[in-house]
Design a protein around this ligand. Sequence first.
Ligand code: SAH
Length: 478
Amino acid sequence: MLLSITTTYEPATDLGYLLHKNPFVCQTTELPFGTVNTFFPVATKEKCTAAILLDIDPIELVRRKKRQDTSMPLEQYVNDRPYVCSSFMSVAFSQVFAQTLNGRCKKRPELVSTVMPLTCKIAVLPCRGGEGLLRRLFGPLGYTVTAEKHILDDKFPEWGNSAYFTVEISNDTTVSELFNHLYVLIPVLDNQKHYYIDKAEIEKLLKRGEGWLPTHPEKEQIVRRYLKFKTSYAREALSRLIDLNPAEQEEEGTDESCEDDIEKSLNLNEDRLGAVISALKAANAKTILDLGCGEGKLLRLLLKDTYFKKILGMDVSIRSLEIAAERLNLEDLPPKQRERIELIHSSLMYRDRRFEGYDAAAVVEVIEHLDEPRLKAFERVLFEFAKPGMVVLTTPNREYNVRWENVGTAKLRNKDHRFEWTRAEFSEWAQRVAEQFGYVTRFLPVGTLDSEVGCPTQMCIFTRNVSSFKDAGQISWK
Ligand code: SAH
């Protein structure tokens, strides 16, 4: 497994200081799973290349494995691990180049923050998710990416391409940054890890992702893959990343207040929450989920009204939940009131059994914050698994934006919105979802009606189509 790093920064041999390796000496480090050889095939003033050759001992890997998978007995001997760049390389980085990763250079500290032209070449990188994912991961960090595909077996071209690529990425950056990017993104692309994932991995990810991961457009995917799809860990990491992103917080702050200002002039928020409460009551819904509850505007109204017996507020942002808890004065509520409400940290992207068994779910101004390609996951989480008796969902009507001078047609109402739908788009989506998961829809406009562009907010009430369920008689909310 070979990875090389080249710079043309002058004097290029300064790379040796940053890697804590003498460019004129070949160095070998023994690790539990193999050997790391570091050497410099080129070391001149104009150009310096450091090569990191990780020689994995396949027999040692088998010996170290506690549980053997007996379904494929040969797999432990015949696999790609010795030949590809994987989480073994990340571990090698942390063992052999810990100082580089941590941005330390005792002899030449000024070099740590020196931006230099760097090219990293990886002989074989498994990209499970294809070349597109490779580009989506490194592109936003400023890298130019070259990828050469390899076919699965040249004797059988009809089998097509493999997941393996020879990859070259180039960028003007610091060596420490490059190492941190590689440390996280190599195992993300490989989508396998050779060791058990525990909670400490969240800390490692946040440490290595500092300064770039909170704003990376693929952060959700990176987090999920890095943490090997351990849902509760991914949730925690994502929420901490959101809280770590000052830009997002600022944008949210200024933008939400701008959205709030626009909406205040129309009393839109009041109208919206009023419409949601009316819809819930009209359906006799008494146990309510508030998904993406934010700072708890709807929760406050639900709690005030003793008609509602049980309320569960959920959000992916711990910060928002803390604000909600404070605004609702949860700690000082009388016990009877306190019993009616609970706040939980979760995500609409993952199935959560705690969402099950409710009369209704409110999803107020939330879906436009989700990445459009990930709406499918949300649909299943809510309509297939949680399946409340009804769902009251609101989202902006994009057509109305032209009525606001500072929004117009091009912009969205809030920078954190991933999309805003026209009435036709919303209706098409809602009807498709309803049909797929056994619900019927009713659309209600919210706010002052404009004959041309409709209302500022659109609302859909999804009601579970009881006739399509065998257990119709057991649904208690009707
Ligand atoms: N419903 C609230 C807040 C709307 S703002 C209100 O009407 O005031 C959107 C909220 O959705 C934010 O609080 C945000 O943290 C939350 N959110 C965004 N993505 C989410 C996800 N994947 N899971 C749960 N909540 C999410």
